[in-house]
Design a binder for this molecule. Structure first.
Ligand SMILES: Nc1nc2c(ncn2[C@@H]2O[C@H](COP(=O)(O)OP(=O)(O)O)[C@@H](O)[C@H]2O)c(=O)[nH]1
Ligand SMILES: [Mg+2]
Length: 287
């Protein structure tokens, strides 16, 4: 498999921008994809964010395996990081995020009050890797179309605060950070969920990874969607059989595209690609 060439040349600039903006906020909202709470994080996140209070939002929770999401929340909460699992497309998100922000900052608010300072509005900035849902969440919180939703960073205007309500304001420029890129396994997870461009990894590798993953963790879903497959067979054989059964003859690309799209759209059900054990493993390695 070719080495991944998606290391953005402007990483240190992105990091500086985030750190500059951090000065203006009370807490930072770290947005990750609930299907990959670990792989969709920036590898230097802790260094970049420093000791700013953090709210970790596991976004796209509607697409993720609920029990895994709970495990991930417990993992981060046990490390003292406040978490929230949401679907940014839902209206209820506004109250959930506002309440979490107030809970996160309650000590600080109390301390300020004791000094006679009434802190009305909490300010945050949203940071995350591309496609984590930053624009969607910002639009939802601001209650109007403000940020460009899609795979590309929005057009940057002069810095402004988007008012969510009297309690919460969001910096209009999200912090866009790069994902981990050293690890092929992480690359495949990012590719399968659509976090990185499809051109970056071969579609057959992504499909084989996806089939093997579903074979191991969600075999029934594979059987339900692709009736008559032999779960004992190797992924490439499954691909050949399915491509033929679907009437695509030997157009394997057509099958890869269909499979990847259906996985991303949740047609094979909710799933999570990162396991909490992987985080413990990397902890033990001192990373
Ligand atoms: N199902 C689901 N899709 C979401 C959610 N949040 C964002 N998306 C989708 O994810 C894609 C990327 O979102 P976007 O806001 O452009 O990500 P950004 O690159 O971080 O700004 C879009 O297709 C959104 O509709 C969510 O909570 N649930
Ligand atoms: Mg965006």
């Amino acid at each position: 498999m070719a080495i991944i060439q998606w290391f953005p040349g402007h990483m240190s600039k992105a990091r500086r921008q985030v750190q500059e903006n951090l000065k203006h906020v009370d807490f930072v909202t770290i947005l990750v994809d609930a299907r990959l709470p670990l792989s969709s994080q920036n590898p230097m996140l802790t260094k970049i964010v420093g000791d700013k209070p953090k709210l970790m939002i596991l976004n796209k929770a509607d697409l993720a395996d609920q029990s895994r999401t709970k495990e991930w929340q417990q993992f981060y909460e046990s490390k003292g990081i406040k978490t929230l699992a949401i679907n940014s497309k839902e209206q209820s998100t506004v109250k959930k995020v506002t309440d979490a922000a107030k809970a996160l900052m309650s000590d600080k608010i109390t301390k300020l009050r004791q000094r006679g300072i009434q802190k009305e509005t909490l300010r945050t900035m949203i940071i995350g890797i591309p496609n984590a849902g930053k624009s969607t969440l910002m639009n939802r919180l601001a209650g109007k179309k403000v940020a460009v939703v899609g795979n590309k960073p929005g057009v940057t205007k002069g810095q402004q605060w988007l008012k969510s309500n009297k309690d919460l304001e969001i910096l209009d420029t999200p912090g866009i950070l790069w994902p981990k890129f050293e690890d092929q396994g992480v690359g495949l997870k990012l590719a399968l969920t659509g976090a990185i461009k499809d051109q970056l990894l071969p579609l057959d590798d992504v499909t084989i990874f996806g089939i093997n993953y579903f074979k191991e963790y969600y075999p029934k879903r594979l059987l339900e969607r692709f009736k008559g497959i032999n779960l004992e067979a190797e992924a490439p054989d499954i691909i050949v059989t399915m491509t033929q059964k679907l009437g695509f003859r030997d157009d394997y690309d057509r099958f890869y595209t269909l499979f990847i799209k259906e996985v991303r759209d949740g047609k094979l059900g909710t799933f999570t690609l990162d396991q909490v054990e992987e985080a413990y493993d990397s902890d033990n390695q001192g990373n």
